[in-house]
Design a binder for this molecule. Structure first.
Ligand code: FAD
Length: 423
């Protein structure tokens, strides 16, 4: 079993990084070479700005290359709950921002000719308990009328046509959702950004940033750069003012990928080959790959990723997979990895400007499509169009008692386990 992401192992790595020192001055420094940073860099360079991307490791080496490869529309929340907390207009606008984010990914892949197996597969959200299906059904009319006319309820009797498992009690189908090979998309996006004129520096961790007349002075391990504007696109990293550390909670999430299963076994477990998620708080997300593997992810454990933690989490995921699809019998696991999610308390992204630094973050596990969309949106915001930011009106309060390391996660994990049992 390889302890690396399947997506990065099966993509040709980006080869256009700058070899020289980080020096001089640019219009915009983008800190972080994940999907947010690369998408912003491409859009900014295309608009005529001089752009440097400063990446601590390799492009898409963190969450952007370590995820489940779901490009889903819809929010993490039940739409009715979102309406209750934000009002109908805001909830609808946020829901539609996720629709637009999937469209943005498809458009960029097509504009830049990125071969990444993008496919509008649709997503099925699976009720792990009868009460969960009842809740989905109760909110369905509102969702369909106000936000997602294409959504469809799938009662338990019809579910076998979607997923070959007895573990679920119905579901909801969102046909606009998609899937893709994130490693190939990420490398292609980096190539596209450099083709448009952006300079990408890998192995260039930013250590300090300071405001100075006319912009910012940014110190990296490979030299110092001056920039008129800065976009912080560092995902769940600790870099940045305490403002962000108090508001973002880093969460571990884990993925395993099986050996190729062959067409018969794939047809038996996922005949429609959509992206699938489950309704438990500590739930699972899964999909197949074009070469017939099952990609199976979940939170598994409340620990941050490390080699030992990933392996332990992989064993938890394997047990869940076997319980969901016992008909598969013994299955070899070829890949296992973990990654860190940048979560906000309400699981909605945040973007804007804080102390002269632009930022987009907090995708809370729904960021493959939204990071790409927000990269473009923030390029527009930095060019003087604040209305391009769909999250501009959201308040962002600090998490009480949180100053960096998420000391409270074991307690939250315990609480979630109890909630999963009783609700
Ligand atoms: C296991 C897992 C599964 C997921 N599954 C899905 C999914 O199926 N669908 C979905 O929509 N979302 C999913 N997500 C979430 C999604 O991957 C992220 O929201 C998205 O990739 C965030 O992109 P980003 O560019 O903002 O952050 P990142 O990809 O984290 O990029 C930030 C970059 O900043 C760099 N950086 C950090 N500090 C510094 C520094 N000091 N100097 C320079 N560079 C720095 C990092 O090295 C990193 O490359 C998943 C996440 C994980 C971890």
């Amino acid at each position: 079993m390889k302890p690396v992401p399947y997506w990065l192992d099966t993509a040709t790595p980006f080869s256009g990084a700058e070899l020289g020192p980080v020096e001089g001055s640019v219009d915009v420094a983008v800190i972080g070479g994940g999907l947010t940073g690369l998408s912003a860099a491409r859009a900014l360079a295309r608009g005529g700005a001089s752009v440097a991307v400063l990446e601590k490791g390799k492009v898409v080496g963190e969450a952007s290359g370590r995820n489940g490869g779901h490009v889903n529309n819809g929010t993490a929340h039940n739409f009715a709950a979102l309406v209750e907390s934000l009002g109908l207009d805001r909830a609808r606008a946020i829901y539609h921002a996720f629709d637009e984010a999937v469209d943005t990914m498809e458009r960029i892949a097509s504009e830049e000719g990125i071969a990444c197996d993008f496919r509008r597969s649709g997503k099925i959200k699976l009720a792990a308990k009868p009460e969960h299906y009842e809740k989905i059904a109760r909110g369905f009319e509102l969702l369909q009328r106000e936000a997602d006319p294409e959504a469809r309820l799938v009662p338990r009797e019809a579910l076998r046509q979607e997923v070959g498992s007895n573990a679920f009690f119905g579901g909801i189908l969102h046909p606009r959702s998609a899937q893709m090979h994130v490693g190939r998309f990420g490398a292609g996006l980096a190539e596209a950004a450099t083709r448009r004129g952006a300079h990408i520096f890998e192995d260039a961790p930013v250590t300090t940033m300071r405001r100075e007349a006319g912009g910012h002075r940014i110190v990296t391990a490979r030299g110092t750069l001056r920039a008129k504007q800065v976009l912080l696109a560092t995902g769940a990293s600790k870099l940045g003012p305490m403002y962000f550390r108090r508001r973002l909670v880093p969460l571990g999430s884990y993925v395993i990928v099986t050996e190729p299963l062959g067409p018969d076994r794939i047809a038996a477990i996922m005949p429609t080959q959509r992206t699938a998620t489950t309704t438990r708080i500590i739930g699972n997300y899964f999909r197949t790959t074009p070469d017939g593997r099952l990609v199976w992810g979940g939170r598994a454990r409340f620990a941050l990723p490390s080699q030992a933690s990933d392996a332990k989490s992989g064993r938890v995921l394997e047990a869940q997979l076997r319980e969901t699809f016992p008909q598969l019998g013994p299955v070899r696991v070829d890949y296992c990895w973990g990654g860190t999610i940048d979560a906000t308390q309400d699981r909605l992204p945040r973007a804007g400007e804080q102390d002269g630094i632009f930022y987009a973050t907090g995708y809370s596990g729904h960021g493959v499509q939204m990071s790409v969309h927000m990269g473009e949106a923030m390029a527009a915001v930095m060019g003087g169009r604040p209305e391009a930011n769909p999250f501009r009106d959201l308040q962002w309060h600090p998490v009480p008692g949180h100053f960096g390391p998420p000391w409270f996660m074991p307690f939250v994990g315990l609480y979630y386990r109890v909630m999963d049992r009783i609700s």
